[in-house]
Write a protein that binds this ligand. Structure first.
Ligand SMILES: NC(=O)c1ccc[n+]([C@@H]2O[C@H](COP(=O)([O-])OP(=O)(O)OC[C@H]3O[C@@H](n4cnc5c(N)ncnc54)[C@H](OP(=O)(O)O)[C@@H]3O)[C@@H](O)[C@H]2O)c1
Length: 368
């Protein structure tokens, strides 16, 4: 008896994961080619502009006619930076093409599948779709909603505190948890924070893992550091500016001297939109990041910005590191949501994963 579709799609997903840290803004895609219940070739997409997973797999071995081709994302049907994969697949004369999910781009979704079917190739869609969607959650959200996937990382004491009243928060969690955060940064194209957190903590906000740590063959890609600084309070002498990598500062200030001060320190200063409360409009900010091809935003900020992201339903995920100590009720909370007056107003999350990292607990939750 031959092995089921999900067995081979799991192999294609394993291939796709090799590109997790290097493919953005493109999706991570993997391919497995099977003949007579044996894997004969596989491939993955490595970087934007590089060959697509299907083409890499077709080139890696002699493919007999009548094979089953497993792909984690619908093969492309348009001429982008590389020729359409559908043409290469048709030339290989497969019996079946099994796809985990349709292309999320509403303008192209389904066309690649229709072209295959028009050639008499059997097409099966939806095998291990949830895992495929999780792999490209940022790309999918950008395509479907014009917004990036937003994950908020928070370090909290056991009594739900993110910093002392005086702003001190280094360090709430253990070195092991802080190293774990590096892997969250690696998956993101942008790290989001506020001028307040930069002034209080003077963080580097860079990625300090090697390609060996990430088990990848490509050089490590530094996420862009995005800072909300409404009044341009940063001086340009903060540690952030001494570390290589892009810095985008969103502001409401039109003061040319302040713009110049940060631009000469290498930052790109971007005029933000003001919301009704006179703050930076967070929806417009995230839309602008999506237009700049940012798929995944990893936020490391304090309770006010984190609360605003949750309150405005812009956050998709919370990763909470819970440390085994107490900071007391004078310390700052984790999410500033203002005062709720009825239990029905509470924000709910769903637990996705719980594990111990060093001394701390890591909770991964999706925001409902
Ligand atoms: N435990 C943790 O994981 C963790 C992580 C990071 C930081 N922290 C701590 O958090 C503390 C800072 O927390 P915080 O609550 O004062 O600051 P925050 O949440 O980091 O940032 C709030 C600031 O963001 C800016 N902002 C711009 N547009 C906004 C909007 N639409 N909504 C909300 N904020 C907007 C505002 O500053 P401007 O007006 O200047 O733009 C605002 O004061 C620091 O002491 C730091 O140590 C803890």
């Amino acid at each position: 008896m031959s092995r089921p579709h999900h067995y081979w799609m799991a192999e294609a997903l394993r291939q796709a994961r090799k590109g997790l840290y290097s493919t953005p803004p493109n999706p991570s895609v993997g391919c497995a080619i099977v003949f007579d219940d044996a894997l004969i070739s596989c491939g993955w997409h490595g970087y934007s502009g590089g060959l697509h997973a299907e083409v890499n797999a077709l080139l890696a071995a002699e493919i007999p006619a009548g094979a089953d081709i497993y792909v984690t994302l619908e093969p492309c049907s348009h001429h982008g930076k590389t020729p359409p994969c559908v043409e290469a697949l048709i030339d290989a004369k497969p019996a079946r093409v099994i796809v985990a999910m349709q292309d999320p781009n509403p303008q192209v979704g389904g066309q690649g599948l229709a072209l295959l079917q028009a050639q008499g190739i059997e097409v099966i869609v939806g095998v291990l779709e949830d895992a495929a969607r999780e792999l490209n959650r940022g790309f999918i959200k950008r395509m479907e909603q014009g917004l990036p996937f937003v994950s908020i990382k928070m370090a909290s004491s056991l009594d739900g505190r993110s910093a002392l009243k005086n702003g001190s928060s280094q360090w709430i969690t253990s070195a092991a948890a802080r190293r774990d955060v590096q892997f969250l940064r690696a998956r993101a194209a942008a790290i989001l924070t506020s001028a307040q957190t930069v002034l209080d903590d003077d963080p580097s906000l860079n990625l300090r893992l090697s390609k060996q740590d990430l088990k990848q063959i490509f050089e490590v890609r530094q996420p862009v550091r995005v800072v909300l600084d409404s009044r341009l309070r940063l001086s340009g002498s903060e540690k952030l500016f001494t570390i290589p990598g892009d810095i985008w500062i969103y502001t409401l200030s039109e003061d040319p001297d302040r713009h110049e001060r940060l631009a000469t320190r290498g930052a790109t200063v971007i005029q933000a939109t003001e919301d009704a409360a006179g703050r930076i409009d967070l929806t417009a900010l995230l839309q602008d990041l999506a237009q700049r091809e940012i798929n995944d935003v990893h936020s490391e900020c304090g309770q006010r910005l984190a609360g605003a992201l949750i309150d405005q339903q812009l956050a998709d995920q919370v990763v909470l590191y819970l440390a085994p100590h107490l900071l007391g009720s004078a310390a700052r909370g984790v999410f500033d949501l203002g005062e709720l007056t009825a239990m029905e107003q509470r924000k709910t999350c769903s637990m996705r994963d719980v594990r111990q990292i060093g001394e701390d607990l890591r909770l991964t939750l999706s925001v409902d």
